[in-house]
Design a protein. Structure first.
Length: 78
C-alpha cells in the first residue's frame, strides 16, 4: 500500500469488524477519528519509551528485611 502526502489514512477491513467498531464507538459517544487519534497518540508515546526488561529472580520476590525484629507497641505504634 502506498503512503501518500495527504492527511488521509485508508484501510480495508472486514465489514463485520467495521460495523462492530462503529457500534461500540457510537455507544461510547466517540467518533472513529477521535478514537484513532487517541489510540495513535498512546501507541506512539509508548513506542518511543525504552522497554525495561528485568530478569526474574528469587531475590526480587522475597521481601527484604534487615534481620532485626521490630517490636510493636500496643495499638500498632512502633
Amino acid at each position: 500500500m502506498s503512503i501518500g502526502t495527504s492527511g488521509r489514512i485508508v484501510i480495508e477491513v472486514n465489514p463485520d469488524l467495521k460495523r462492530n467498531l462503529y457500534s461500540a464507538l457510537a455507544r461510547d459517544g466517540v467518533t472513529l477519528k477521535d478514537w484513532f487519534l487517541r489510540c495513535t497518540e498512546s501507541y506512539l508515546s509508548s513506542a518511543s519509551q525504552l522497554a525495561l526488561h528485568l530478569a526474574p529472580s528469587e531475590d526480587l520476590a522475597r521481601p527484604r528485611t534487615s534481620g532485626k525484629s521490630i517490636a510493636m507497641e500496643p495499638g500498632g505504634a512502633q
